[in-house]
Design a protein around this ligand. Structure first.
Ligand SMILES: [Zn+2]
Length: 272
């Protein structure tokens, strides 16, 4: 082998080594790029590079079955009758009542026999929670309401008011017979036994009031005349006045912060 030939072979060998090195570097680079890309995709899709391995336990996919459509608004029942100035009770409205037993004591106050047990359960639960209840008013017959109203009208007539004006003034204090919810027999006015104040807005500061707002719907009752709904109900805020409407409707009304008037609006427009 000549020196020239030997030199050429060495060059060739060096060249081969260089090519192998270059090829190895290229493969390394490709591999790096591939892994980097996979890592990026993993970041974007939230799956790691290792997720390309077959997963032993794939995430369960929840497919909603054909569940029956549940109505969002409960249907009216025997206790959802709307009574207000626009919707007076008929003169002949009749309801069977019995005495309310409050915290084990029979009272002179009367309530619709069909719902009185729910009221008694609520009064008992309030007492057990440390808030014994004093009933201030419950069922009033329409004839009793008439007497109250007539007395009030007479007061104004005696003050020199004309008949029409006397009636208008009286209606500000006493509901016109048939337009008071108390005529229904599904209503109580209640305060804490220890509450010494008037039936006014300040009863909302009493712990019984908070308990009632939290729990009354569980017994089928609603706060009938809320503070922010005077324009809807036409009645001033009455934190002491609770109306029975049944548990489902009571929850719908209390949970949505609405009134019985608004419940009936929802029913009319078929909101469901
Ligand atoms: Zn009342």
């Amino acid at each position: 082998m000549s020196n020239r030939e030997a030199a050429r072979k060495r060059r060739k060998k060096r060249l081969m080594k260089k090519r192998i090195k270059a090829t190895a570097m290229l493969i390394l680079c490709i591999l790096l790029v591939v892994f980097a890309a996979k890592g990026l995709i993993g970041l974007v899709t939230g799956r790691g590079v290792e997720s390309s391995q077959p997963q032993s336990s794939p995430d369960p996919v929840v497919t909603p079955g054909p569940t029956p459509e549940m109505p969002r608004i409960p249907q009216p029942n025997d206790y959802t009758l709307l009574v207000n100035r626009e919707n007076p009770l008929g003169e002949d409205y009749d309801v069977q009542t019995r005495n309310i037993v409050n915290n084990g004591v029979k009272t002179d106050y009367m309530f619709d026999v069909r719902a009185v047990e729910h009221l008694e359960a609520m009064l008992q639960a309030a007492a057990d929670a440390g808030h014994p209840v004093l009933i201030r008013s419950a069922h009033r017959t329409i004839s009793y309401q008439k007497m109250l109203y007539t007395n009030k009208v007479n007061e104004y007539l005696n003050m020199g008011y004309a008949q029409q004006a006397a009636e208008t003034e009286a209606a500000k204090w006493v509901a016109i017979p048939g337009t008071s919810e108390h005529n229904l027999g599904l209503v109580v006015d209640i305060v804490n036994v220890g509450y010494t104040g008037q039936l006014d807005q300040y009863f909302e500061d009493d712990p019984l009031f908070n308990w009632l707002v939290e729990n009354c719907a569980d017994y089928g009752f609603i706060l009938r005349y809320p503070k922010t709904k005077e324009a809807v109900t036409g009645i001033v805020y009455e934190p002491w006045h609770y109306r029975y409407v049944g548990e489902e409707v009571a929850h719908y009304i209390m949970d949505n912060d609405i009134t019985l008037e608004e419940y009936w609006e929802d029913i009319k427009i078929g909101k469901s």
